[in-house]
Design a protein around this ligand. Structure first.
Ligand SMILES: Nc1nc2c(ncn2[C@@H]2O[C@H](COP(=O)(O)OP(=O)(O)O)[C@@H](O)[C@H]2O)c(=O)[nH]1
Ligand SMILES: [Mg+2]
Length: 287
């Protein structure tokens, strides 16, 4: 049901982002990734398809496939993540307090989650076509104590928020909460949850906070490469249950990613482009 027709979109003339002097990972570009075997491409593009076979027939798959853009749309979205002289992608500024946050007009998305859940790695993955954009990935939990703003031309801004849960609950109260309440141009919040360990207490607190704030948010399940598929599926179904029972502002589809292997990165790029109004999807129906 997820059969892909790749060839029509691999015509010459489609702009491929080649990146800068620094080396670009071979999977950073979707167009390059589509030269892999169809099965590999399938799991890169739609990581949930890997798990689908393990699901009992009785489980409703619909919530996992609500956002299912075509390859063409994903290629279109990818162009936004290529820096050009007229569409610059760069680290803009950091802010330690909400009143230091830059006043920006373009739609914004932010990444929140526990320290070490993979926020910075994910942003690095999204910007992997422009490796010159410096996104710090820390080995020490709680490193990101500031809000880091990255501009994607005039299209949108991505904000890497300080992590919470590990020696940093204060950052959460001081920065994350006020930001989520007051940021006018915030189009979507991405709440990251580590798929290899499942929902933790701190995640549930964050979830409750997002519910209280009542702005639309989406759960991104990170590090899906780090555990077996059985464990991942168990964590995912538990998460799905919590989302169904306890949330009203959460998008029902969790987005599965591995920043290490690029699984789900293209889908998330497209999702961000879509929710910020930067692209118009041509087809969201299942292929
Ligand atoms: N296996 C695996 N490790 C990851 C992934 N994403 C991040 N990590 C690792 O998790 C650690 C924390 O990542 P980081 O992006 O700094 O987390 P942050 O504190 O939320 O910004 C780092 O050692 C990363 O290399 C992933 O998709 N798979
Ligand atoms: Mg970080």
């Amino acid at each position: 049901m997820f059969g892909l027709r790749l060839r029509p979109w691999l015509q010459p003339g489609i702009r491929v982002c080649t990146g800068s002097q620094q080396s670009v990972h071979k999977l950073a570009s979707l167009q390059k990734a589509t030269t892999l075997s169809p099965k590999k491409v399938q799991s890169l593009l739609y990581p949930f398809s890997e798990l689908e076979g393990y699901l009992d027939r009785s489980v409703d798959r619909t919530p996992f496939q609500l956002f299912h853009p075509s390859l063409k749309d994903m290629l279109e979205a990818e162009k936004l993540y290529c820096s050009t002289p007229t569409h610059k992608i760069d680290y803009y500024v950091s802010a330690e307090r909400m009143d230091h946050a830059p006043a920006l007009k373009q739609p914004e998305v932010c990444f929140i989650g526990r320290s070490n859940v993979g926020k910075s790695s994910l942003i690095k993955g999204l910007f992997s076509l422009t490796p010159e954009v410096e996104v710090r990935v820390s080995k020490t939990p709680g490193h990101t104590k500031k809000m880091n703003f990255f501009r994607v031309g005039k299209a949108f801004t991505i904000v890497d928020m300080p992590g919470y849960g590990h020696k940093a609950p204060q950052d959460f109260v001081d920065m994350v909460e006020p930001y989520l309440y007051t940021r006018k141009n915030l189009a979507r919040t991405f709440l990251l949850v580590d798929g290899s360990v499942g929902l933790q207490r701190a995640d549930l607190i964050a979830l409750e906070m997002c519910e209280e704030i009542r702005r639309p948010y989406v759960i991104v399940v990170t590090k899906i490469d780090k555990c077996g598929q059985g464990a991942l599926l168990t964590n995912l179904l538990n998460l799905q249950d919590v989302v169904k029972r306890q949330t009203t502002s959460c998008f029902p589809q969790p987005i599965l990613v591995s920043s290490l292997h690029f699984w789900g990165i293209y889908l998330l790029r497209c999702f961000i482009a879509h929710v910020t109004g930067s692209i118009k999807l041509t087809d969201t129906s299942q292929s």
